[in-house]
Design a protein around this ligand. Structure first.
Ligand SMILES: C[S@@+](CC[C@H](N)C(=O)[O-])C[C@H]1O[C@@H](n2cnc3c(N)ncnc32)[C@H](O)[C@@H]1O
Length: 219
């Protein structure tokens, strides 16, 4: 309705302009974003979408690749506290010494595609009911595609496989990056029918994860 009034082209141009402004001015925006004092490299509009997804899915286990400073894991642990449910397993090749401590968070050090790490995740998933996965580590296509192939089966029906930073390589930002998360999603969806893109999660116009909210539709 609003698109009709505003004009679709004008709407698309406005969203793209704001996305570029927000992304390239990162020292003021996404690299200066905190959850309770801990850096979280996320757009707050996506963090709100996370809150809506977590409340509706109520996962027992959230697996995150790419911990960075722990802000996203800490944010999700705080939401789990409010829901009195859920824990987070977060994986990174590099763990700084000042990661936030929280009973619901387990930090795992290693590469997300290492077989020993995958076995750790498999063991944790075996004890869990509802599982949600977030891929936010190395953003090159080959790595993300390997993660998608290794982690997708952990996601339970109705839950989400979230692929972060699908906006790079010209979607619409950082056009010289080279094949990245969105290209990995496209390749994955061409070979897998268990997931569909939930574009309703892009409702706030600005998302760093366009086409990156994948919902599992099969058991
Ligand atoms: C974009 S940051 C993660 C941001 C974090 N999830 C947040 O929202 O604050 C990417 C992280 O991936 C990690 N990383 C890079 N390659 C990796 C790999 N092969 N396995 C696991 N983590 C990796 C980096 O060390 C870095 O901390």
């Amino acid at each position: 309705m609003f698109s009709k009034l505003f004009g679709q082209k004008r709407e698309q141009a406005t969203v793209k302009n704001f996305h570029e402004l927000y992304y390239y001015n990162h020292k003021q925006t996404w690299t200066d974003t905190y959850w309770m004092g801990v850096p979280a490299e996320k757009c707050p509009l996506d963090m709100w979408i996370y809150q809506e997804i977590l409340f509706s899915v109520k996962p027992d286990l959230i697996v995150e690749t790419g911990t960075y400073r722990g802000g996203s894991a800490f944010y999700m642990a705080s939401l789990c506290d409010l829901m009195k449910k859920g824990r987070i397993m977060t994986i990174d090749i590099d763990h700084p010494s000042d990661l936030p401590r929280h009973d619901r968070i387990t930090y795992v050090k290693g590469s997300s595609i290492d077989q020993n790490i995958i076995q750790n995740v498999r063991d944790a998933v075996a004890d869990a009911g509802v599982v949600l996965v977030i891929l936010d580590s190395n953003h090159h296509k080959d790595h993300v595609l390997e993660e998608l192939r290794l982690y997708h089966s952990f996601v339970t029906k109705g839950s989400y496989l979230i692929v972060e930073d699908t906006n790079i390589n010209g979607h619409p930002v950082n056009p010289k990056y080279g094949p990245g998360p969105m290209e990995a999603v496209d390749a994955f969806l061409a070979e897998n029918q268990d997931f569909e893109i939930d574009s309703t999660k892009e409702k706030f116009y600005l998302s760093f994860n366009p086409r990156g909210y994948l919902r599992r539709v099969t058991s």
